[in-house]
Structures are given as C-alpha cells and as structure tokens.
Design a protein around this ligand. Structure first.
Ligand code: CTP
Ligand code: MG
Length: 236
C-alpha cells in the first residue's frame, strides 16, 4: 500500500531533554537529578516511558552530568550532552536518535506522565498526523494586563476567552521529518517544539493530556509530586 498514511510498526525514539539547570526550582543539583521519594526525576521519567511503545530512549543532560546519568539509567538508554537552550538540547537528542520514523520529545520534568498520554500521542501520529501534543482545557479565568501606576499593581485590559485555549504538555510527537523541519529555523523564542512546528507551517493537533503530566518547575510543584508519590498516588 503505497499511499497509506498509516505508521503502525514505525520506529519510535523518545528524546528526553534533561539538560536544564532548574533555576526556578532552586535546588543545588540540576532539576533532573533531584531526588523525589528515593529516585531522581530523570530515573522516574525514563521508567514512565511505556515499554509497549518499543521505543528507544535518548536522554540529554548537562555535559558534566553524563557519567552520573549513565550510572543511574538503564544500559540501553543513550545519554548525550545538551546545550544552553532547551531547543539546542532537543536537537542534540534528535541527532542521537538515529533514523527513526517518529520522535517524541518529552520533558524530564514531567516524571508522572501516564502511559495513556504517550499512547494517545503515538496513536494520533500513526493515524497520519505530523505533529501531536497533549493538552488540557484551561480552568482559571484569564485576563490580559498592562502595567499599573503603582509597583505591584497591574491594570486589567481584557478577559480572554479561555474556551479555545489548551495548556500544552509533553510528550510532543512528530514524524522525524516534521521535527527536523520545525527545528531548521529556531529563533530561540519558542517554548516548545510544537511552537517551532507551527512557525514552519506544520499542522499541529492536540490530544487529551493529563493533570499527572504536570511539569515540575517550582518548589510547590516538587512538593506536590513528592506528596503524590509518598502517599501512593503517583501511579497512572
Ligand atoms: N532543558 C534542556 N536544556 C536546556 C534547558 C532545559 O534539556 N538548556 C530541559 C529541562 O531539563 C526540562 C525541560 O527542558 O526537562 C523543560 O525545561 P524547564 O522546565 O524550563 O527546566 P529548566 O530549564 O531546568 O528550569 P528553569 O527554566 O527554571 O531553569
Ligand atoms: Mg527552562
């Protein structure tokens, strides 16, 4: 069947950018190497990749953490050095992914992501979409603001219609060709890979994400994840 968009049986690589410093978390170690209930964030993240995908895994870490990562992670996980910006780290991972058909880019900082989110993304790619991200409806009321006349005070300009908005998570899935095209022109402004794909004119689709795919950014997020794991609530 020459023209089918079906990509079942395609080779998949999960690229995990873990080379950030975790400035907002404020721990003494890079974020991916912080312990959460007896295991590092990066160990938990790698372990969360469902085996059923049959995917290879590339982890991208700060250059001075390569040896540590290799000790922590299973032998079949490829570990490479990242760059100063997230997108540079992703490109280092993609370069090490080899000639696979599908690449999932997944933040190390989302160690509780359920298997169902991975499979929804992969299923949508296999059904013929070039770029697929998990997302959640926004629950808060959103307002755009301008600076107020007093420090600490902002002026509301408008209430934003939240209905069409989605808070986007990872893993973000791409055909390898789409991801390479997305990263060919990186102005350094996109905060995710799908943003680069959109700018490259690639259609990006959204599947349902999960609250458990939350990103550990601040000490508050870390406290939530630690609490979930220590209370037995870390499972899918
Ligand atoms: N990341 C990366 N290389 C970078 C920057 C970020 O691989 N140069 C990774 C992080 O390790 C993380 C993911 O991208 O898994 C999302 O980034 P973020 O949550 O911003 O993590 P940090 O950049 O580490 O945190 P901060 O921005 O607070 O320093
Ligand atoms: Mg960052």
């Amino acid at each position: 069947m020459a023209d089918t968009p079906e990509k079942s049986g395609s080779s998949i690589c999960v690229v995990i950018p873990a080379a950030g410093s975790g400035t907002r978390l404020g721990e003494s170690l890079p974020k991916a190497f912080v312990d959460v209930d007896g295991q590092t964030i990066i160990e938990r993240c790698v372990a969360s990749v469902p085996r059923s995908l049959g995917a290879s895994v590339v982890v991208v870490v700060p250059a001075d953490m390569i040896d540590r990562a290799r000790l922590l992670l299973p032998d079949d996980v490829v570990v490479v050095a990242g760059g100063a910006h997230r997108s540079e780290s992703v490109r280092a991972g993609v370069a090490a992914a080899g000639d696979v058909e599908v690449i999932l880019v997944h933040d190390a900082a989302r160690p509780l992501t359920p298997a169902s989110v991975f499979t929804r993304v992969v299923d949508a790619i296999r059904s013929g979409h070039d770029a697929v991200v998990p997302g959640l409806p926004v629950v808060d009321t959103l307002k755009s603001v301008t600076p107020g006349d007093t420090p600490g005070l902002e002026r509301v300009a408008a209430t934003v219609d939240r209905e069409p908005l989605r808070a986007v998570q990872t893993p973000q899935g791409f055909t390898r060709d789409a991801l390479l095209a997305a990263h060919a022109d990186d102005s350094g402004l996109a905060t995710d890979d799908a943003g680069l794909a959109e700018r490259a004119g690639i259609d990006v689709h959204v599947v349902a994400g999960s609250p458990r795919a939350m990103k550990i950014t601040t000490p508050w997020d870390l406290a939530i994840v630690r609490h979930l794991l220590s209370s037995g609530g870390g499972g899918p």
